[in-house]
Design a protein around this ligand. Structure first.
Ligand SMILES: [Zn+2]
Length: 360
């Protein structure tokens, strides 16, 4: 298995939207869901004859291609979903990242033992949470979105429904996103330059994107960094770059209480495992996760109350640093009914993640 960091450029207006509002307007998401990206890549590999139908079938049961959520690249910089300890002053617009101030408290107690005094540098208390929004924020160079009016199509009859008009906001061409991917060794050479189709209306030319960059991620280097933050007897503070959710057959919870890493490391043919016991989660459980149905080529929405990306998780960890690197890139594979959910529970030790210092 190879781990890659990829950059994706939008080539034609791309409709990846939030849930339908009452007025029928669908706002574009500021990220591309992991299941959408993964589904688009698998569909394209199949369309080009690189993988067979049997491969798609086995991906339903035992995923080997796993992608993260894709977040914007802004002015050449990668963005990350902000964590709940990041605020922006409504008056002077300065960003305050409190994580470094509370992390020692979290590491020794497993939770916040005292309340932080929240003001900006100038003493203003009017602070707006940035939680889950892409950070760094976009400057003046923002690529505008465009809007399209589409007729609703009845799923039952396959015909246009009279009077059902939806206004879609589309991600504009030129916008770039980044994501991490895990792929079987033999598929790596097909990733760079791959053109994929994402979201709605792909038969009408919407949603064309190309993977314009792909580089291999070195696991050993990441493991060496992580090794320094595993301190015996202390809690580890994690940053979740993905949503959190824990599924059990037909029900789910907004985050896992325990994560066993042995099935992950088995995938990598590593003997080292690990176990995470979650003590506290700082986030909000109002995030919706879809699953990709490869046969019908549609996104299903089985989870309505996952924890939003950017959450902070405090946990006890026993195991190898390499197993934690695997968790940060593979997340866990969750099964809800017949739906397989990937790209969730991707946890990074916060001290070694770039977001720890951003906005300070
Ligand atoms: Zn201020």
């Amino acid at each position: 298995m190879k781990f890659l960091e990829v950059e994706l450029e939008i080539l034609s207006p791309t409709i990846v939207t939030e849930r339908r509002s009452l007025r029928g307007f669908l706002k574009a998401l500021d990220y591309i869901p992991a299941s959408t990206l993964r589904g688009a890549i698998l569909s394209e590999l199949y369309r080009r004859g690189i993988v067979k139908e049997s491969f798609l079938e086995s991906e339903r049961a035992r995923p080997s291609v796993i992608t993260s959520y894709a977040y914007p690249v802004v002015d050449g910089r990668k963005t990350y979903p902000a964590h709940p300890f990041m605020y922006e002053c409504k008056i002077c617009k300065v960003v305050k990242n409190y994580l470094s101030e509370v992390i020692e408290d979290l590491e020794s107690h497993g939770h916040l033992s005292k309340l932080a005094h929240l003001t900006c540098e100038s003493g203003h208390v009017a602070l707006e949470s940035l939680y889950s929004k892409p950070y760094p924020k976009e400057g003046k160079n923002r690529v505008p979105t465009s809007r399209f009016l589409c007729t609703g199509v009845s799923k039952e009859r396959g015909t246009s429904e009279i009077g059902m008009l939806y206004e879609y906001e589309a991600i504009a061409p030129g916008r770039k996103f980044w994501a991490t991917m895990a792929v079987p060794d033999e598929l790596e050479e097909h990733v760079d330059g791959l053109e994929v189709r994402i979201g709605r209306g792909i038969s009408r030319g919407f949603g064309r994107s190309r993977i314009i960059k792909s580089s291999v991620i070195g696991l050993r280097g990441l493991a060496a960094k992580i090794e320094e933050v595993i301190v015996q007897g202390k809690y580890i503070v994690f940053y979740a770059s993905s949503p959190l959710v824990s599924c059990h057959q037909d029900s789910y919870e907004p985050y896992p209480l325990e994560v066993d890493l042995s099935s992950l490391t088995a995938k990598l043919a590593m003997s080292e495992g690990g176990k995470l016991e979650v003590k506290a989660v700082y986030g909000r459980a109002d995030f919706r996760i879809g699953g990709w149905d490869m046969y019908e080529n549609v996104e299903k929405a089985p989870v309505e109350h996952a924890t939003r990306p950017g959450a902070i998780v405090v946990a006890k960890y026993s195991g190898s640093p390499l197993a934690l690197v695997a968790l940060s890139l593979l997340g866990t594979i969750e099964r809800l009914g017949s739906t397989v959910i990937t790209g969730v529970n991707m946890l990074h030790p916060a001290r070694t993640h770039p977001i720890f210092k951003l906005g300070e």
